[in-house]
Design a protein around this ligand. Structure first.
Ligand code: SF4
Ligand code: SF4
Length: 681
């Protein structure tokens, strides 16, 4: 018969930056005997992480039961499985009594409890920012960081065991655990400097808050997950510090050392308690739309490029993953500020498709206001404005009309709108007198912008393609419906997709390549249609056969088939990659194409999102945020080094022009200009 365990504590391991190689090597020997450091193969890492996390998802009850009994039987640590954050906070308040001070680490799990702990009148002390020397002078955006190689980041963190040592304080430590091993009860924390060791040293009692998804089978698996969290989260730490800052003016308090605490051999017993927090997590598993969220390791890498995170990140620094989790817990406002740029999905080491899940969640919330519906159907506005041009152009530029328009539609009266053409590109194209009768045929889809407001761009595309021996087919115009996505109007987006597929489906079946010059239309055809209509073969086929024009031309050049007889254009141009190209791994081919023009000096300006984000930047409510997001890009473009701004997206173009005062054009217009100058037209 088992005797009741003497109170002790489960093994606590910290993963922290390796500042003392000798100590690290010995920790390395302890944790991974007879193994060399693994090379970082990101695909293998993703597969192993997914396997570990899927094991948890498939055996959740078993692992939670095992962890609970290990903690109780081996260490005398009692566990509470809390269904809600309220329940967890009630337990912490009971354990804290009579103290009112709770020392917490910066953890998304603990952040869920904050409002409830505050409601109990507890004083929450978070020392995370204080540990940084100058918290108000750090970097603000991802491009200011020198990214370490994935391998270096992996090697930077070393696991070390630590023994909590009690002090005289009555404070209670509430620590969100990074990963816990069910088999032997080991808990892992990732620590960048010393705040967690500090809490372990200062608190008279420790409550381990373990999100139920953070439990894995054994210590090996836990160490692997914790190390991945450390590796992928390293950069996001640097971004979070200056925005939040500490109470102090930033100096490391006297007496503190940057050296992590060593295990204290003769430490007295520190009472520990565990709370296994569900707070809605099991529900993710039973909903196929969101079950991948359970696989998340909480590394925070998805926040690195999120344009709105700095403005809507909340006091605890939410990540896009937290936007979604909060929504699923009933906070219907948490997704409102996501501009559906898709950048977060591109950064996840587990390839969790956060943007798709966010779209699902937005669809669940629905576009509830009529103004949202108006922006979903922006293509109709384009069409109507084109039909009524030039009257519409005059009206949109008449200040007295803009104010009531802003009241009604919420369209920012300061936003300069593009000029609409009554004679659209497709009208012009249909009445064209001469077109090549032979050549390989491709389909060109200009989208609303290039059809109604920028026929010059469409003609540049046609000119370049014909110059290279293609025959261009331009079917009747219909909006692709991409504007519906940010508002969660899924059914409307499906209707748009079906309508578009009635034309493009048969063309794709005949084997035509469909070319797009608008990054957002390209995203709709390539990504959104198969997501919206998963049963549709046409959606899949159209997605497979859609190509961005620049990507298509660059591939042509790589096969030695692009006419490179360009006249010189002596220009130094700053290129901005639109989010909807970046998330499809596109953008650099535009720079490569422009480099083919003699005298052209294209510079890649990597300053994140421009802040327009479809209709987000058009709305009065987002005027300041939209400008603030794009500020870094505008400042760079304003610098004397550039003659011109370049980007593929009409929305980015509008925003860059307004923000920087420089002229901005599509790269294909420059390419065509260089051809035209050669006298070929
Ligand atoms: S889609 Fe863009 S704005 Fe939305 S959460 Fe992801 S990165 Fe942030
Ligand atoms: S969703 Fe975000 S926090 Fe979760 S694993 Fe992916 S990048 Fe990391």
């Amino acid at each position: 018969m088992k005797t009741k365990a003497e109170p002790s504590h489960p093994p606590v391991w910290l993963l922290m930056p390796d500042s003392q190689p000798k100590r690290a090597r010995s920790a390395e020997r302890l944790t991974r005997p007879r193994q060399a450091a693994p090379p970082l193969d990101e695909e293998a890492l993703r597969d192993r992480l997914r396997a570990i996390r899927t094991d948890t998802a498939n055996h959740l009850d078993e692992l939670l039961g095992q962890l609970t009994s290990t903690l109780q039987e081996q260490y005398g640590v009692t566990s509470l499985e809390a269904t809600t954050a309220q329940e967890a906070a009630d337990e912490i308040a009971r354990l804290a009594s009579p103290s009112r001070r709770v020392l917490v680490n910066r953890s998304a799990t603990v952040a869920e409890l904050r409002p409830y702990l505050k409601a109990h009148g507890l004083e929450i002390v978070e020392t995370y920012d204080e540990q940084f020397v100058h918290p108000d002078q750090g970097v603000e955006r991802y491009w200011q960081l020198e990214p370490p190689s994935a391998e270096t980041a992996w090697e930077a963190f070393r696991p070390q065991a630590i023994t909590p040592s009690p002090r005289q304080s009555t404070d209670i430590g509430v620590l969100g655990v990074n990963v816990a091993a069910a088999k032997d009860g080991t808990v892992f924390f990732v620590q960048h400097l010393f705040n967690i060791s500090d809490i372990l040293e200062r608190a008279s009692k420790i409550v381990l808050v373990i999100g139920v998804e953070r439990v894995v089978r054994d210590r090996d698996a836990a160490a692997f997950v914790a190390r991945s969290q450390a590796c992928y989260g390293a950069l996001s730490v640097a971004l979070g510090v200056p925005r939040r800052g500490g109470d102090s003016k930033g100096e490391v308090p006297v007496g503190r050392s940057l050296t992590p605490a060593s295990p204290v051999r003769d430490a007295a017993h520190v009472p520990m308690h565990a709370i296994l927090l569900d707070n809605g997590r099991r529900a993710w598993l039973s909903d196929p739309r969101y079950q991948d969220l359970f696989l998340c390791i909480g590394c925070r890498n998805c926040l690195l490029e999120c344009p709105t995170q700095p403005y809507y990140g909340g006091e605890t620094g939410w990540t896009p993953r937290d936007y979604l989790a909060a929504f699923l817990r009933g906070d219907s406002s948490s997704l409102r500020e996501c501009i559906t740029c898709g950048r977060c999905g591109a950064r996840c080491p587990l390839d969790i498709d956060l943007p798709a899940m966010i779209s699902e969640a937005k669809a669940e919330a629905g576009a509830t206001r009529w103004q949202d519906q108006f922006y979903c159907n922006i293509g109709t506005l384009f069409q109507a404005s084109s039909l009524t041009a030039p009257l519409s152009n005059w009206l949109f530029n008449w200040p007295l009309a803009r104010l009531p328009m802003e009241w009604v539609s919420e369209m920012d009266r300061e936003r300069k709108l593009p000029a609409f053409h009554r004679n659209t590109f497709l009208n012009q194209y249909r009445r064209r007198s001469s077109a090549p009768a032979s050549g390989r045929a491709v389909v060109y889809y200009p989208g609303c912008y290039a059809n109604f407001t920028d026929p010059e761009l469409s003609w540049a595309v046609v000119g370049i393609l014909e110059r290279n021996g293609f025959r261009v087919l331009a079917p009747e115009h219909q909006c692709c419906g991409v504007a519906c996505f940010p508002y969660g109007a899924k059914e409307l987006a499906q209707r748009y997709a079906r309508r578009r597929l009635r034309v493009f489906g048969p063309l794709a079946q005949e084997g035509y390549t469909i070319l797009v010059s608008c990054p957002s239309c390209g995203t709709a055809l390539e990504r959104d249609f198969p997501y919206l209509l998963p049963e549709s073969d046409d959606a899949r086929l159209v997605a497979e056969q859609t190509r961005d024009v620049s990507d298509f031309l660059w591939a042509l050049h790589q096969r030695g088939e692009l006419d490179t007889d360009f006249d010189p254009l002596k220009l130094r141009v700053g290129y901005h990659t639109p989010c909807h190209l970046r998330v499809r791994d596109l953008g650099p081919e535009n720079l490569r194409l422009l480099e083919l023009i003699p005298g052209m000096e294209p510079i890649d300006i990597d300053r994140g999102c421009c802040g327009m984000a479809g209709s987000f930047g058009m709305r009065r409510a987002h005027r300041e945020e939209s400008r603030e997001i794009g500020r870094y890009l505008f400042e760079e473009l304003r610098s004397p080094g550039y003659d011109l701004g370049i980007t593929n997206c009409a929305g980015c173009e509008m925003q860059m022009r307004a923000g920087s005062g420089r002229d901005v054009v599509h790269p294909l217009k420059l390419l065509w200009r260089a051809y035209s100058n050669s006298g070929s037209k």
